[in-house]
Design a protein around this ligand. Structure first.
Ligand SMILES: [Zn+2]
Length: 192
C-alpha cells in the first residue's frame, strides 16, 4: 500500500519534471520577464480555488511581474500576526506595494465549509481520535476550520483587518472585490 502510494507520487513528480524540461528547452521563460518589485505596486490576496489559478491575472489585465499574489482558502486573513499578514507587510515594506486588493469569488468552497464535517473526514482518513483530542489543546479545531460565511461579508472582514492593522502605512489603500469563476467578471465590494 505504502509502496504504491510512493510510486504514484513519483509518477506525478516525473510528469512535472518532463513538462519542465520542455519549458526550459523551448525557452518559454522569455515570455515572463519580470523583476521582484511588482510593476503595478499592487498586492492581490485571492482564493486558492483551482478555477482562479490561470483566470485571475488576465481577468484584471495583469501579466507576470506586475503584482504580488497571496493565495489562501477563501482569500481570508483571520490572524493579524499570522504568516499571511506578515506577507502583506513584506510586500509593502520590501517590495514597495501601495495598493492591496482582496479578491474573493462567487461559489467559494470556504463559504459552505463545516468544521465538524471536516473533522469527521480527518478521522475517516486515519487521523485518530487521540490526535484530534490533542489538537484541541492547541486550537478550537472545528471553529478554526469553520465556514467563513458569504463571500462578500468575508471579503469585507479581511479588508477591515488589513486596514485596521497598526503596522499599515497611511498611503496604502485596501480594496475588496469579488470575481465570478465562470466569466471572470469583477465587482467592487469594498472601495478604499
Ligand atoms: Zn474560494
Amino acid at each position: 500500500m505504502k509502496k504504491e502510494h510512493t510510486a504514484g507520487v513519483h509518477a506525478h513528480v516525473e510528469m512535472f519534471l518532463a513538462a519542465n524540461r520542455e519549458f526550459v528547452e523551448q525557452r518559454h521563460y522569455v515570455e515572463y520577464p519580470a523583476s521582484k518589485f511588482p510593476a503595478q505596486k499592487t498586492l492581490i490576496l485571492s482564493c486558492m480555488d483551482a478555477r482562479l489559478s490561470a483566470l485571475l491575472l488576465p481577468a484584471l489585465g495583469l501579466k507576470n511581474g506586475e503584482v504580488n499574489v497571496i493565495k489562501s482558502a477563501g482569500a481570508v486573513i483571520t490572524d493579524p500576526y499570522g504568516s499571511l499578514m506578515r506577507s502583506v507587510l513584506v510586500a509593502i515594506y520590501e517590495f514597495d506595494v501601495e495598493h492591496i486588493f482582496v479578491i474573493g469569488h462567487d461559489d467559494c468552497g470556504m463559504a459552505h465549509l463545516d468544521g465538524y464535517q471536516m473533522v469527521e473526514k480527518m478521522q475517516q482518513r486515519g487521523i485518530s481520535k487521540a490526535v484530534i483530542d490533542a489538537v484541541h489543546h492547541h486550537v478550537d479545531l472545528e471553529n478554526w476550520l469553520q465556514k467563513i460565511g458569504h463571500s462578500e461579508a468575508s471579503i469585507g472582514r479581511t479588508v477591515k483587518l488589513i486596514r485596521d492593522h497598526p503596522l499599515l502605512p497611511r498611503n496604502v489603500k485596501t480594496h475588496g472585490l469579488c470575481l465570478s469563476p465562470e466569466t471572470g467578471a469583477l465587482r467592487v465590494v469594498e472601495n478604499a
